[in-house]
Design a protein around this ligand. Structure first.
Ligand code: CDP
Ligand code: CDP
Length: 214
């Protein structure tokens, strides 16, 4: 039997990974997993317990994750952004989440988006995409979503600059950590999306996928 089709979508914060991965999954009739939600849900549990997300031991929360944790509506706040990146740097947290991600794709294939899907979770993925854009473009996209915006006095430019600073700090931490740092896999197709809308990115990605599957 043919191996299940795994599409890895990695890249920095607010590049459009989730938007692309969801559309790819729909176009290809594959299940979709937003792996960032796993780290966000762990972070949420750590914060709720009144614990420090940078202190070792968050694997307890990772082992305790239930499906309903991923449905919480408070996973995309600036506080959880930072805490998710902190717990994601803990090797024991990453180890606790590897199997659930692999199991998700193993049976019928999947599209997964995150930071280390093509490098660590599925190093033999059928297709590896690395979605990126300049820090300013990504900050504008996140700002336009009305998420991640810490209150700032001042105009729209100041708001976007504040978002850019938050994204830059998180990307720096995600890229510098010792375990599963953010980086394109050697065999990833890098898509620079500064001048592309979401439809154009999808078309480009589908082209890559179909060429690979042919
Ligand atoms: O998952 P990730 O954090 O990488 O980004 P996202 O939440 O999927 O996308 C951030 C925002 O950028 C969404 O509002 C998208 O509609 C928008 N966007 C995009 O995803 N792709 C483009 N090429 C342009 C904008
Ligand atoms: O949507 P956005 O790109 O802002 O973030 P996310 O994909 O929801 O991921 C939140 C945080 O979880 C990231 O900043 C990473 O620290 C961590 N993460 C990770 O380490 N590995 C993954 N596969 C996915 C997320």
């Amino acid at each position: 039997t043919a191996a299940p089709v795994i599409i890895a979508v990695d890249g920095p914060a607010a590049a459009g990974k989730g938007t692309l991965a969801r559309r790819l999954a729909q176009a290809l009739s594959l299940p979709y997993l937003d792996t960032g939600l796993l780290y966000r849900a762990v972070a949420r549990r750590v914060l709720d317990a009144g614990r420090d997300p940078s202190a070792p031991g968050a694997e307890a929360e990772a082992h305790a994750l239930a499906p309903s944790d991923l449905d919480r509506t408070d996973l995309r706040t600036p506080e959880v952004d930072r805490a998710a990146s902190l717990v994601a740097a803990q090797p024991a947290v990453r180890a606790a989440l590897i199997e659930v991600q692999r199991r998700f794709g193993r049976e019928s294939g999947a599209v997964l988006d995150g930071r280390d899907i093509g490098t660590v979770i599925f190093p033999d993925a059928t297709v590896k995409l690395y979605i990126t854009a300049s820090p300013l473009t990504r900050a504008r996209r996140r700002w336009a979503q009305g998420l991640d915006v810490a209150p700032v006095d001042g105009d729209q430019t100041a708001h976007i600059e504040a978002v850019a600073a938050q994204l830059a700090a998180r990307d720096a931490a995600d890229s510098a950590r010792a375990v599963a740092p953010l980086r394109p896999a050697a065999d990833a197709v890098v898509i620079e999306t500064d001048a592309m809308d979401a439809e154009t990115v999808l078309a480009k990605a589908l082209q890559v996928v179909r060429t690979r599957l042919a």
